[in-house]
Ligand binder design. Structure first.
Ligand code: JFZ
Length: 424
């Protein structure tokens, strides 16, 4: 690893626990997944209408940032450029930017985003795609074997990825020079050493293609306090499980590592109009709790529309999460896993200071048994309304006689819960 970030940056990031991911670009117009250009094998010509019609007249990132803050998020990460190659800022080294669209002459959507985050008190992150389907020297090559073909290979021939790497470095320098202190750099992604199923060279991309060490050193030089993710094909400051929850605190080479799960609202990162696969707010809250209980963050994605708004389904979901966070935030923000206690089935523990938070993913039948906690809990309450919960410590005498609390070991704390789950 090239150096390490300051401990204060790491702790700040871990305390945030919950952030907003925004995938926004030309793909918001076809509105059927940010990989549409690759999935549907669209040529540059096919894709041109989205550049020509990019006109996000309702773009007001203060609204995005306010929605994020109200949902309980503490930072936001924007796709400055996704794989399609389109830049949301007025890059000096590209014409494929918002500033070169008919609508966006002279506009810098990244600056507006950064200003909005700062105004709402959110940390700021930049997602930046390593892959670029538009740059003339990027060898478009195998990412999805089943979707690649001879034409793509032929197109890749003769392209010089090092020329592209110069461009990548120049753009990264712009992003980390012109917008003040940036908290997170989120590169995406490497796929080294890929081969086709029949053994042909798949032209994978990795550290030698991006010149990852050099790139990371530059990022640290420009932004000494920044955290860099782990998708440069060299170790980064945090790891990024994507669309899955790990089964426990994450490790790298046997050592605990900072991590952030990224999750979609509906399986697509970019705005996907006809998608019906929306996760419920309850599922998303469970993902957040699950991450924190395993010492990780959750970066939850919204794909804004081509007009630049969060669509009503996304807003409603964020509002529901926000209502849960209003009542339960202190079990999340700055929280850590509970050391030494194993949560019962379908439960998660988080801890902050001497307070232990028990999150119940399904509502128990009147009692919940907590092995190892007898005599360790001075007071128990529901978090949503501070109403007391009665503790029942099993009585060894009764246990011996196998009566009231029979079968519950002496070190088990039993809590008596209301039969009805609180309506929150
Ligand atoms: C990448 C992007 O392709 C996707 O569009 C989105 O931006 C997401 C956050 O990141 O998707 C990936 C990247 C890496 C893996 C899987 C999906 N991977 O290494 O398994």
């Amino acid at each position: 690893m090239t150096d390490a970030p300051p401990a204060a940056s790491v702790e700040k990031f871990r305390d945030w626990r919950f952030g907003l991911f925004v995938h926004w670009g030309l793909y918001s117009l076809p509105a059927r997944h940010e990989w549409v250009k690759n999935y549907e094998r669209l040529t540059d010509e096919d894709y041109q209408p989205y550049f020509d019609h990019f006109e996000p007249d309702l773009y007001d990132p203060r609204k995005w940032a306010a929605a994020a803050r109200q949902a309980g998020m503490k930072y936001a990460v924007l796709t400055t450029k996704h794989h399609e190659g389109f830049c949301l800022w007025d890059s000096a080294v590209s014409d494929y930017t918002v500033a070169h669209t008919a609508w966006g002459a002279g506009k810098d959507l990244v600056r507006q985003f950064v200003d909005a985050c700062r105004a709402e008190g959110l940390g700021v992150g930049f997602y930046h795609s390593l892959i670029d389907w538009h740059h003339p020297e990027f060898p478009i090559d195998l990412v999805h074997p089943q979707r690649d073909d001879e034409e793509a290979i032929a197109k890749a021939a003769g392209r010089d990825v090092q020329v592209y790497a110069d461009y990548l470095h120049a753009q990264t320098r712009e992003l980390l020079t012109n917008y003040g202190p940036i908290d997170i750099m989120w590169f995406d992604f490497s796929y080294p050493g890929r081969t086709y199923p029949d053994g042909r060279d798949g032209h994978g991309k990795g550290r030698d293609d991006w010149r990852s060490e050099e790139l990371m050193a530059m990022v640290r030089e420009l932004q000494p306090d920044i955290l860099i993710n782990d998708r440069l094909d060299i170790p980064g400051d945090f790891v990024t499980p994507e669309q899955y929850q790990p089964d426990g605190p994450m490790q790298r080479d046997g050592v605990p590592v900072v991590w952030e799960a990224c999750q979609t609202l509906n399986g697509s990162w970019g705005y996907d109009r006809d998608n019906l696969d929306w996760k419920s707010p309850e599922t998303l809250v469970k993902m957040l709790v699950d991450s924190v209980s395993k010492d990780g963050n959750l970066l939850l994605n919204v794909g804004p529309t081509g007009r630049g708004e969060f669509d009503p389904r996304a807003l409603a979901t964020l509002a529901s999460i926000g209502e849960w966070m209003r009542l339960h935030e202190r079990s999340i923000r700055g929280a850590r896993p509970a050391e030494g206690y194993v949560a019962p089935v379908d439960c998660r523990f988080t801890q902050k200071g001497n307070r232990l938070y028990l999150h119940l993913f399904s509502w128990p039948m009147g009692h919940i048994h907590l092995p190892g906690l007898a005599g360790k809990v001075k007071y128990a309450q529901l978090l949503n309304d501070a109403s007391e919960i009665k503790r029942i410590v099993s009585d060894p005498h009764q246990q011996a006689q196998n009566t009231t609390m029979g079968g519950v070991s002496a070190d088990t704390l039993t809590l008596k819960l209301p039969i009805q789950k609180p309506n929150v």
